[in-house]
Design a protein around this ligand. Structure first.
Ligand code: ATP
Ligand code: LTN
Length: 287
């Protein structure tokens, strides 16, 4: 039996990157595998936070997961800090990872650069070892995540393999499961940046709970380019490629097939908004 584990931080509102890149795949996996989905509140302690607010956001995130289709009768939904073994194992794994490999993590480099001049916690550096503990505690085979977590999964594998070779076969070595479309949804206003909970870009971020008219407005104002051609080319046309990816992830069609159907940005934006509104409707209504 394949074991699935994934986690989401309760800091900030759930956006379409979280939904299209991760959560909606969890809802499918729960019916096929033994699945654990974790609200990783301890991970949110790495950056400034208000404790009481974090507690209520953890409950809101669990509510969101259920609204998005996770069924507590089918999978296990829980809060990381309620299971003490996560932090107990994290120490053993911290002593198995090197500072060098942790310093190479792009998320650490990005987040510490963003907070430069301010307090940078040691937890921001060691965070991937806690994530490794989350995963290997459950003998996890498969970790469904967005593209931004690829490097952390690689590290988890390296640390599990190192631990096994030092101390004997202990952990299952996990594999990442990153979807073909929707694995890297970009900010609508800054399409070279990942859409993110912790970056303040209200017009560039579409929330799962945004009402339809707000989604239409955000999509209609999405940054594109001036050459007027609809084509999937992430490097040359990040804005248009992002719209095509969102449309593809919302409809199940391929970006190439969709690109051939449009000659103008206006209709592409309109259809992307409409498809997204439909894809999010069940979660919005259930929430
Ligand atoms: P933060 O900004 O604090 O890093 P986040 O928005 O990246 O938060 P997480 O809780 O870290 O959200 O991620 C939950 C899941 O959503 C992970 O599997 C992650 O890979 C995925 N995810 C996050 N952002 C995106 C995105 N823009 N596109 C696709 N998947 C994403
Ligand atoms: N690091 C992840 C969240 C996360 C996670 C995990 C994902 C914590 N523990 C275990 C998969 C498996 C993030 O920032 N998105």
């Amino acid at each position: 039996m394949t074991v699935v584990f994934s986690g989401i931080q309760p800091s900030g509102e759930t956006h379409i990157g979280n939904y299209l890149g991760a959560i909606r795949h969890w809802a499918v996996d729960q019916h096929e595998h033994t699945s654990y989905y974790c609200v990783v509140d301890l991970h949110s302690l790495t950056t400034p936070h208000d404790p009481a607010e974090l507690r209520s956001k953890s409950l809101a995130m669990a509510t969101m997961l259920v609204a998005c289709g996770l069924d507590p009768d089918v999978c296990t939904i829980f809060v990381q800090s309620h299971v003490a073994e996560h932090t107990r194992l994290a120490w053993l794994l911290e002593c198995t990872a090197s500072i060098g490999e942790l310093q190479r993590m792009t998320q650490f480099k990005d987040k510490s650069a963003r907070t430069s001049g301010e307090f940078i916690s040691a937890g921001l550096l060691t965070y991937p070892t806690l994530m490794t503990a989350d995963i290997v505690l459950y003998d996890t085979d498969r970790v469904p995540v967005g593209e931004d977590q690829r490097q952390h999964i690689e590290l988890a594998r390296d640390v599990a393999i190192r631990f096994n070779s030092r101390y004997g076969e202990t952990f299952v070595v996990p594999q990442g499961a990153i979807p073909k479309t929707g694995a890297r949804v970009m900010d609508l206003q800054e399409p070279t940046n990942k859409m993110s909970k912790s970056v303040d870009s209200p017009q560039g971020t579409v929330m799962v709970l945004d009402p339809p008219d707000v989604i239409e407005r955000k999509l209609s104002r999405a940054v594109t380019d001036s050459d007027g051609e609809v084509r999937f080319d992430v490097a040359a046309k990040p804005g248009v490629s992002n719209l095509l990816s969102i449309l593809a992830a919302s409809t199940g069609e391929s970006v190439e097939a969709l690109a051939g159907r449009y000659t103008q940005y206006g209709p592409l934006k309109k259809d992307t908004a409409a498809a997204l509104i439909e894809a999010l409707r069940p979660a919005r209504e259930r929430y």
